[in-house]
Design a binder for this molecule. Sequence first.
Ligand code: SAH
Ligand code: SF4
Ligand code: F3S
Length: 448
Amino acid sequence: MNNSGTTTPIQLSSKPTRPAGPSETGTRPNRTACIRTFGCQMNVHDSDRMRRMIRDAGYAEVQSYEDADLVVLNTCYVRENAVDRVRGHLGEINRLKREGRVKRVALTGCIGAASEAEQLERQYNIDLVLGTHNTYELASFVGLPTMEETYTPDLPGTEGDHSAFVTIMTGCNYQCSYCIVPTVRGRMICRPMDNIVSEVERLVESGTKYVTLLGQTVDAWRQDGKRFCDLLERVSEVAPRIWFTTSHPSNMEDRTLKAIGERETIVRRLHLPVQSGSDKMLKAMHRGYKADRYRRKIEVFREHVPDGTLSTDIIVGHPGETAEDHEQTLRLVEDCAFDSAYIFKFSPRKGTEAAELGGVVPDKVVQRRFLQVLRQVEQNAYAQNQRKVGSLEDIYIRHGSTDDGRSIGETWSGHAVHVGTNAKPGEYVEARIASAGPHVLYAEVPRS
Ligand code: SAH
Ligand code: SF4
Ligand code: F3S
């Protein structure tokens, strides 16, 4: 399978239409659909595309299952608790279906691509199961003409919004011992540069102010001798604000780290999953780097992006992890001074190497280690955030104000800020940081 443009992009409406909820007229629209998304940004992005198919087919989007004729669950398979959550939702939807409220159910995304889907399909009376490579089949299910796409990257992304995801690659060529993603998302396919840049141009023309380049290992992107940094630089000339996620330490080039510091349109925030601070565990995980190489990357980042923020992913309790391995993770967390971290307890996934390994770490030990890593990350993040208090920041508003009158924004150095303003998403406000917690900064916009 290649993505060199042999398929014709499907024609969906170029702008998302406003959800026509039942409240507007007081009567229930003819056909309604509810889409629920679990998992990572890849799924959020796929849901955006499915949402547009559903709206183009004449469905009004609703927020609760009770109001929906059609329910689409776009699912995640990365850890067992992700599957448990989906089972809970399927149970409720199945009950509504038996009562005659929900008419049809589609299960899409990463569980859809796993063998477990068959059992769920039978148990919960699911009407359609789709994997990650054939989401386009939802079109005929909802009554649109059949689409000829065989993979997702050429499906148009979200347009007309203040921020948009742009997929630059799908799948993953790594085989980390614990990870099911390559099984459910397939091998890496890089989307051609011209294709990506023209989508970004189209988005910017239609009003997008913030573009996030997406993929499981974006820095592994390659095309005809061009590397990720070339793409990043090109896109940074087109989009007014950009970010990218996720990166792999083995692919991260120093020149990309320099570009983050030098290019004005790139948000100075790096998410670089380390997983463990122990060389023995990194080897068992097949990560392809040692802890000191990771530390050196971070030194380069800190040197070129002194005010930047750094986040990571860490797994605690991978089989074979000893107290000493755990100590080394704590040491690495201290050395790298992460601004935030996603910490996960190891979850055995059927079909992965780690699920078969001995040296299983008892739950109680995993829980203790999890809390220790969390505490270490939070102490550090809190101390660093405190240093931002008093600084004047240019804040990009990501989400409009909530009931308490606060909006959620982001500084150019990638800090999340709760700010008292009624500026709209996509606008900038200038404000001084008044206080800080371990996860967010707080600011007030002076009244004029
Ligand atoms: N492609 C990204 C992340 C993919 S999944 C990368 O390589 O960095 C997101 C995170 O989930 C991973 O970084 C890892 O920390 C965690 N994860 C993946 N499989 C897991 C498992 N079986 N148990 C616990 N955490 C897992
Ligand atoms: Fe999973 Fe590893 Fe690929 Fe990330 S790099 S998606 S953790 S296999
Ligand atoms: Fe989950 Fe699939 Fe993303 S397994 S983390 S939704 S790629």
